[in-house]
Design a binder for this molecule. Structure first.
Ligand SMILES: [Zn+2]
Length: 562
């Protein structure tokens, strides 16, 4: 009874507040409201959305969450330029920042707060293939200095797998700058990620030069966004479908998130890779990606490796060597989301996940998933985000999904700038590529990129970091790392003394320091860059390497027409 009374009291306070015009509030996700109607379900969001359903949802959320006053500068027409100085938006831009409150039939000239980013009102609708391509092309052509639109291959039905790169120097890897990717719509009927990524493209590009945060992000990160990995599946899916599998698979009937080579199990679903899977494998190994997320739907949780275990048993926690890092990464997505950390289940029988995160196998075990493959076969750490309970929600719900996920999408990208980073250099300050960076106590190495640059995500702590490169003496440093900005540590490598002819040419080398050091195998980076449309990834010697032996890796496969 006491709880009920408290709840009613809170609701009344909000209702009373809503009777005063222009009472502003911000919820825990940083969403800002302006209440300008006695009916609090008619209030106007500060960012210009006017769909009635979204308004109602978010105004109810305003009751649900702790309420804080908006910072006053976020409500003024004053913006902040990239130097952090206050500046007034140009008239031409400001004229577009108006919205009509359809619920009250009055026109509210609402200036977008600086952090809202959008210059033109976002289109909340589903983009089918032609629309999606046109959308990406439009932004790519409008912002040629910030974008590069490219395709990584084709789907079974011949649709391009489009990617847009966003960077202040597109088309090139800038030495020292980490690369990030978002992949949406791998399951064709899980569509929220697809539309959120299109909105994110607009948001980043229109916010560049206006928002200090977005400008910094784009200046310091090479961002690759693939809104759909399964364009054929999407075309078969049906709007308004909360559950079900129509459109989930690719046009050959394969579940792409069961189709990657698996560390434990080979089966009919992952024995041969589908065109979409192969394209993503090739793409993933063509750029020095550091961090990635794979956006799904049908649940509400951030899921991290491993996705399976040798027992193939669901409910069994299966930690990968970087379990602590992955927990932190998953929390960086779930924490800003208004419904993920409170562990709101999707239905009365649904699971509630503590902190809004879960180990993949602990939830349910699956073979052939993409996130595990990323961790096993590249430098990239990937999580899988289930963005909402409905796989294909109605169009009117899209503004709500954007508001719920916007901060999470950005906060997750920020994680690419944590841990330790730097360069592996020779004595003349030339970068050394393919150097092995190992962390004592964590059985997972990363390798340096073409310029000798490296990035290693870690949680706060004190680490012994060793760098090894062929022909150089190993170097170990003790490094303090915080949970925030990455610690910069360069490693200068000294060439090895000439080897004893007795030992040269073998895998074992003797370093000046004395102990024999095993040279780590080179990363499996021998993908054929020219993959034809009929090529399939097949075992090199005709027989499939035995699964579970560690030989089921991409270097044992080649692309060949079949
Ligand atoms: Zn899915």
């Amino acid at each position: 009874m006491g709880l009920l009374r408290t709840t009613l009291l809170v609701a009344m306070v909000v209702l009373v507040d809503c009777q005063n015009n222009c009472i502003t509030r911000i919820n825990r996700a940083g969403i800002c409201y302006e209440f300008n109607s006695p009916n609090f379900e008619d209030c106007v969001l500060k960012n210009g959305f006017h769909e009635q359903q979204a308004l109602a949802h978010h105004c109810r959320n305003a009751i649900k969450f702790n309420q804080l006053c908006c910072p006053s500068n976020s409500l003024s027409p004053i913006s902040t330029n990239i130097h952090g100085n206050a500046t007034t938006l140009p008239i031409s831009d400001r004229s577009q920042l108006t919205t009509t409150n359809k619920a009250t039939s009055t026109t509210a000239k609402t200036e977008l707060p600086e952090e809202d980013g959008f210059i033109t009102k976002p289109e909340f609708k589903y983009h089918h293939y032609d629309d999606l391509e046109a959308f990406m092309r439009r932004f790519s052509e409008k912002y040629p200095h910030l974008t590069h639109m490219y395709t990584i291959g084709q789907s079974v039905r011949g649709r391009e797998l489009w990617v847009i790169e966003i960077s202040n120097n597109p088309r090139e890897h800038e030495a020292g700058e980490p690369e990030f990717k978002y992949v949406g719509n791998m399951h064709g009927n899980e569509v929220v990620g697809r539309e959120m990524l299109l909105l994110l493209i607009q948001y980043l590009l229109q916010g560049y030069g206006t928002s200090e945060r977005l400008t910094n992000l784009v200046n310091t990160t090479r961002i690759h966004i693939m809104p759909t990995m399964n364009p054929d599946g999407f075309e078969a899916a049906i709007e308004g479908t909360r559950r079900g599998t129509k459109g989930r698979h690719n046009a050959n009937g394969y579940d792409l998130n069961r189709n990657f080579p698996d560390q434990y199990f080979e089966n009919e679903l992952n024995r041969i890779q589908e065109p979409e899977t192969l394209a993503v494998m090739k793409w993933s190994k063509s750029f020095p990606f550091v961090l990635s997320a794979n956006l799904h739907g049908g649940a509400l949780v951030a899921n991290y490796p491993w996705d399976n275990n040798p027992q193939q048993k669901s409910g069994l926690y299966s930690p990968c060597p970087d379990d602590l890092v992955f927990k932190k990464l998953a929390k960086s997505y779930s924490t800003p989301h208004p419904d993920m950390p409170p562990a709101v289940p999707c239905n009365s029988r649904g699971l509630a996940f503590a902190d809004g995160i879960t180990n993949g196998a602990h939830w349910y075990s699956l073979n052939g998933g993409m996130q595990d493959w990323n961790y096993l076969h590249s430098n990239c750490f990937e999580i899988t985000v289930e963005m909402g309970c409905s796989k294909y929600p109605v169009t009117a719900d899209l503004p709500r999904y954007w508001l719920e996920n916007k901060e999470s999408l950005l906060a997750y990208m920020d994680q690419v700038h944590t841990g330790v980073k730097g360069f592996v250099l020779d004595e003349n300050n030339n970068g050394i590529s393919n150097a092995n960076i190992s962390i004592e106590g964590i059985n997972h190495n990363v390798v340096s990129a073409a310029d000798g640059d490296y990035w290693r995500l870690l949680v706060a702590g004190n680490y012994n970091i060793t760098v090894q490169a062929e022909g150089y003496e190993p170097v170990t440093k003790v490094v303090d790392i915080t949970d925030f900005a990455a610690t910069q540590v360069n490693f200068t490598m000294k060439q090895e003394e000439k080897l004893d002819p007795q030992t040269s040419g073998t895998e074992e080398i003797t370093t000046q320091a004395g102990p024999k050091t095993k040279v780590e195998p080179k990363p499996d980076d021998d993908l054929n860059p020219e993959i034809g449309p009929n090529d399939r990834l097949v075992p090199k010697n005709g027989t499939r390497p035995k699964p579970g032996t560690g030989s089921n890796i991409i270097s044992n496969f080649e692309f060949r027409a079949v």
